[in-house]
Design a protein around this ligand. Sequence first.
Ligand SMILES: Cc1cc2nc3c(=O)[nH]c(=O)nc-3n(C[C@H](O)[C@H](O)[C@H](O)COP(=O)(O)O)c2cc1C
Length: 348
Amino acid sequence: MYSLIRSILFRFPTETVHYFSMNCLQLACSVPALRRWITRHFSARRTKPMEAFGLRFKNQVGLAAGFDKNARWLRELEALGFGAVEIGTVTPKAQDGNEKPRLFRLPKDKALINRMGFNNEGVKVVAERLRRWKIAQENVRQHKARLIIGGNIGKNKITPNEEAWKDYETCFRELFDVVDYFVVNVSSPNTPGLRALQEKDALHKILSHLQAINQQQPKPKPLLLKIAPDLTASQIDDVIDLALEVQLDGLVATNTTISRSNLLTNQDELKAIGAGGLSGAPLRERSTEIVQYIHRRSGGNIPVIASGGIFTAEDAKEKLAAGAVLIQVWTGFIYVGPGITRKICSEL
Ligand SMILES: Cc1cc2nc3c(=O)[nH]c(=O)nc-3n(C[C@H](O)[C@H](O)[C@H](O)COP(=O)(O)O)c2cc1C
């Protein structure tokens, strides 16, 4: 059924379809009976709850950052069975992101290329939306397992790298009461210069500063870092050392790649699309390698959330076997459809 719907949706511009589909789902979920039907139909019957970072996830399948940047569709995503949703990347000030078109499908490769550029409504608006969500949840929920919310934070395009730590601090403070864990994003390829912040000294400054603020709170929040799949082994070693030094709670591996190797999509098409981060099936192997590398090098002392090319339960098992504690999907959701969490959870 979804393959038929997908073949129709894939005829229209990618970003338009994203909003259209989610707004339709939102409309459907505004009718309580329909929402209950969607929840019953799409949520896994058998799930394996997971404790990680001191949080209880109702299953191991989360939605990766960038899908619901502004925390608009939490109720709908919960109905589709996700155990966690990572909102963001949010920045202190709202920004439009790059010029459209900026999101492209590569159906032959089961992949996407995006250069969104952290389009978001700004941290204050997003925090306020999350505050309202949280209050509504407290009123309806008594026994049901809660949807875990991750807050993925970044810097504004116009903020120079030397001052990036201030942007991360602003986002951290604004979101502190309304998210369950934080992810520091310095690995998007679509904000010029951002990935230079993955370099040892720059990263140390941002993470140690955030961790210091975090540790002053009565109940600190889990703090994670999201890394790019394009790092060299020695750069990953630096990240691991730093994660241990700053006592990060974990890593998210990985973001999208700037590599274009081994693609079936022809070169002319790729050239016409231009710059951006590649996600989906071609990223699977590299991201698994990185998860495995971190797990081995840290002796399992750094929990990893795996992201990159997960479409099936087999893909998820590969990531868990490599040492991941949780997995996240994004591109797989587009290609497999709304049944993805149920399909994966039922086999884990
Ligand atoms: C359109 C799009 C936007 C994204 N935006 C973000 C973002 O804002 N922040 C972030 O950390 N990752 C972002 N990502 C990366 C995803 O969270 C994920 O790490 C990556 O796509 C790899 O997973 P996948 O192969 O399952 O898609 C984005 C990915 C896509 C496709």
